[in-house]
Design a protein around this ligand. Structure first.
Ligand code: CP
Length: 310
């Protein structure tokens, strides 16, 4: 029984194996994703207690693409909305004998609790402000696809660092490769202790300094749903921390722009940048499927001999 609760727990070799295997599931421009029988007869449940477009859909497509049965449940459309507790919800789903549960929850550590409680593999699809492991994996796959090496990469991660599970998972992953990671945001969203997350991490509140000579500029959404009080004056965010075309001149000439989505145009990124050639945002979405196929196969131990595509 081995789920995927976070990147912190993985070795570099394990990360690399997932990134390499994801290539097998990638398709060319305009092609449809291929179908496999690798997980035929398996059943996965997508259990989402927070909203999602990319993660939930791509996990479902990935499971079905590998031949598994996939059921998606959102808290709003489940008996949680009628007052059922988390434990009773988990026991109910466990009784249906899924082979794995993919879980998103607003509480950090909720998937860890679920794995201990149910004893079946859990894949963390984002827990509070803690980790979003498959996001970091698909981000790394996207960076590699753009011809870059993770070793020695200079990455600027900009925005609401304090509340970002995406930032944490990316720091854990990129630091395994010795990347140079600059975390940048308003002081109120940039806790000092993040310096200790991993070697190679520096902090700055100066966006120009963060972007200078960057290979990758990773923008983050301002997570208003996790802020209990305003972290900066309304209307002041974009002028100081919104990515605009003029910023790109500071980065390496072939630097790429990433964002886990959903993007808020005019808050953390301008449309000119989001829709530019430099933007890899839709490549990230596309890689969500191939990377999650690789993760599901790893967690469920797919039979590689049954891998005939059709
Ligand atoms: N990046 C990400 O987790 O997007 P969703 O919230 O749409 O799944």
């Amino acid at each position: 029984m081995k789920g995927l609760l976070g990147i912190e727990d993985l070795t570099r070799e394990e990360v690399q194996a997932i990134l390499d295997r994801a290539r097998h599931f990638q398709v060319g421009p305009g092609e449809r994703f291929r179908k496999f029988d690798l997980l035929k007869g398996r059943m996965v449940v997508n259990l989402f207690f927070e909203n999602s477009t990319r993660t939930r859909t791509s996990f479902e497509l990935a499971a079905k693409g590998l031949g598994a049965d996939a059921v998606s449940i959102t808290a709003q459309a489940s008996s949680v909305a009628k007052g059922e507790s988390l434990v009773d919800t988990l026991n109910t789903l466990g009784a249906m004998r899924p082979d794995a549960i993919i879980m998103r929850h607003s509480a950090s550590g909720a998937p860890h609790f679920l794995q201990r409680h149910l004893g079946i593999p859990i894949i963390n699809a984002g827990d509070g402000t803690h980790e979003h492991p498959t996001q970091a994996l698909l981000d790394a796959r996207t960076i590699l696809d753009r011809g870059k090496q993770l070793e020695g990469l200079r990455v600027a991660i900009i925005g609401d660092i304090a509340h970002s599970r995406v930032a944490r998972s990316n720091v854990y992953l990129l630091s395994k490769y010795g990347a140079d990671i600059v975390l940048c945001g308003p002081a109120s969203l940039l806790p000092n202790e993040l310096r200790q997350l991993a070697a190679g991490v520096t902090l700055t509140t100066d966006m120009d300094e963060a972007i200078r000579d960057a290979d990758v500029i990773m923008m983050l959404r301002v997570q208003l749903e996790r802020q209990h009080e305003a972290a900066f004056p309304a209307g002041e965010y974009f002028p100081f921390y919104g990515l605009r075309l003029e910023h790109l001149k500071l980065a390496k000439p072939d630097a790429i722009v990433m964002h886990p989505g959903p993007i808020n145009r005019g808050r953390e990124i301008s449309s000119e940048v989001a829709d530019s050639q430099r933007s890899a945002i839709l490549n990230q979405v596309e890689n969500g499927i191939s990377v999650r196929m690789a993760v599901l196969e790893r967690v469920l131990g797919g039979d590689k001999n049954a891998g005939a595509a059709h």
